[in-house]
Write a protein that binds this ligand. Structure first.
Ligand code: G1P
Length: 276
């Protein structure tokens, strides 16, 4: 069973400056709900109850969001507005939250390694909150689909999506052999390949299931693309010595780390999910 979900959330969110100067990018609202809460909802739906958040300096509001706010509770207790806290209260009752600080920004692989003390020696999920996923007709959320796959194959899994050739340089890109509908055994993966050199157009999006041996591999992983420790490089190592799967998920993903993706997600949520 996968019980824990790791949220690397130490990044600066420079594309949204000045909004993210003193506010974590994970707290940017999609209509009235912060991005990170969408990720937590998805993890809860997939049966995870331990939310492990890797934060950085100036990210206190992430912790406060998942804690009680006595003044507010007192103020709106018994009023109609109380209903607005229903969802977050239910999250707080269902999940536990632990936090660790990443002191230096040394890449996604380093952020995941920083979470080792919170995760321990068990398989876990990773959610990059700025990739926001919605079901859009699918029965389950992306993480729930990946957990079902993990229960079958018991190895690390990355979620992938086909992207246009001119966008492959923004992502980790996999190459693999299709072993079943929408499931690939990874034999190569490259972090942000130079234009025209990508091994395919299957881009990794911010959902992973990782087996805990990834931590030992990450300890040994040298800085790669951009001088950062890349989870993509560690996963390639794991794929070479064992098995890593790539899964073309059902549902819709918004790149909320970019302004157009953020606006698209906002419109989608307002039209399809928001209740007054
Ligand atoms: C990270 C990963 C990349 C992946 C992407 C998904 O990159 O390094 O492999 O494709 O997330 O969003 P970032 O977007 O943090 O630069």
């Amino acid at each position: 069973m996968i019980k824990k979900c790791l949220f690397p959330a130490a990044g600066y969110g420079t594309r949204f400056l000045p909004a993210t100067k003193s506010m974590p990018k994970e707290m940017m609202p999609i209509v009235n709900k912060p991005l990170i809460e969408f990720g937590v909802d998805e993890a809860l739906e997939a049966g995870m109850t331990g939310m492990c958040i890797v934060t950085g300096r100036g990210k206190h509001s992430l912790m406060d969001h998942f804690d009680l706010n006595y003044e507010l509770e007192h103020q709106i207790s018994g009023t109609a507005k109380e209903d607005k806290l229903k969802d977050i209260r239910s999250i707080m009752e269902s999940a536990s939250f632990t936090f660790i600080r990443q002191r230096e920004m040394k890449g996604l692989g380093h952020a995941i390694l920083t979470g080792k003390q919170l995760v321990g020696d068990e398989p876990f999920a990773v959610v990059l909150a700025d990739d926001m996923c919605v079901k859009d007709g699918a029965d389950d959320g992306v993480l729930a689909q990946m957990v079902a796959l993990y229960n079958q194959f018991r190895c690390s899994i990355v979620a992938v999506e086909e992207v246009p050739d001119e966008e492959t340089h923004k992502y980790g890109v996999i190459k693999g052999e299709m072993i079943k509908d929408d499931i690939f055994r990874v034999d190569d993966m490259v972090e942000k390949p130079e234009p025209g050199t990508a091994p395919s157009n299957m881009a990794i999006i911010g959902r992973y299931i990782l087996t805990p041996d990834i931590f030992d591999i990450l300890e040994e992983t040298a800085p790669g693309k951009g001088g950062e420790i890349q989870i993509t490089d560690a996963l390639l190592q794991q794929a070479k010595s064992g098995c890593v799967l790539a899964y073309k998920f059902k549902g819709k993903r918004f790149d909320c780390g970019s302004v157009p993706g953020y606006i698209e997600a906002t419109n989608f949520v307002y039209d399809n999910m928001y209740e007054e």
